[in-house]
Design a protein around this ligand. Sequence first.
Ligand code: PLP
Length: 354
Amino acid sequence: MKKHNFSAGPCILPAEVMQKASQAVLELDGIGLSLIEISHRSKEFVAIMENARSLALELLGLEGKGYQALFLQGGASMQFLMTAFNLLDKKAGYVNTGTWSQKAIKEARLFGEIVEVASSQEDNFKYIPKGYAIPSDLDYLHLTSNNTIYGTQIKEFPKTDVPLVCDMSSDIFSRQLDFSQFDLIYAGAQKNMGPAGATLVVVKEDILGKVSRKIPSMMDYSVHIAKESMFNTPPVFAVYVSMLTMQWLKDLGGIAAIEEINERKANLIYSEIELNPVFYGVAAKEDRSIMNATFNITDDELKDVFDDMCKEAGISGINGHRSVGGYRASMYNALPMESVGVLVDIMSELEKKG
Ligand code: PLP
């Protein structure tokens, strides 16, 4: 049976990327060796890394603008501390929009003073705070563009002279933005790029070198830049698959093309949530994420019926995060429109039954 994978965690890859990635594990483009057997210093892998780094900048429209793209390890969680290690001299601001922001705040507190400039915690992070004041003496302001757990997404980023650092783990490459407004962007690969194991960091070089502390080599963005993202052995498979996905996205027409598809998927599910009295949305309407739609069922007695219908249709991964409950449909770039259609059909069928 065809599966429709709405899970929030793993990467959903385009079929052709999956095909090429599986082939590369057996043998990389006719070189007689598997991708995971070749040296990361081989000319084949060096070319893959270079291509991945330049595709990232190209897709984000940041080529030739003083940015460097790196593929590092340790997930987005490592970036919670690495950003602070490299950029926090005295004081940084954080917007608290959920669990992941809180984890970033916790790590950053080890390095300096943290000002929580805004928070939506009092309403279980159902909305994105807006119109908050940003102190001008911050080393940077940290934002989480898409809150995977709560289904909220920042639509407009604050205009400020303070450098912006943004965790884009769950919506990187999904919508057009002026990416040059950010000084540092990071994203774990495992939602819109490739398998877990690589983390994309895009950093404007001129914000580095301003902190007074000593930075261990593995934590130092400048070291990784100087070594062209090969200071230590990179996660070759995750980087290769990320490269394939970025190439797929470029061939599709780039972020503009996928944004249109993502908007259509999100409109389809949110219209159903709006019109169908059996369901209600969790996140504030104006802040709804186009990647993760959180919703709940009005009548608990229909829950088992809905769950069974989903199971029968091959829908998986739509249970909400334990801190929110209900349902969450994650619609990352490679999730086909057809899958959203199948889910929406079941939702409307349930209405007829209810
Ligand atoms: N930030 C966001 C927005 C996330 O959704 C996640 C994981 O889902 C993380 C950070 C943590 O990522 P990792 O597991 O790569 O450390």
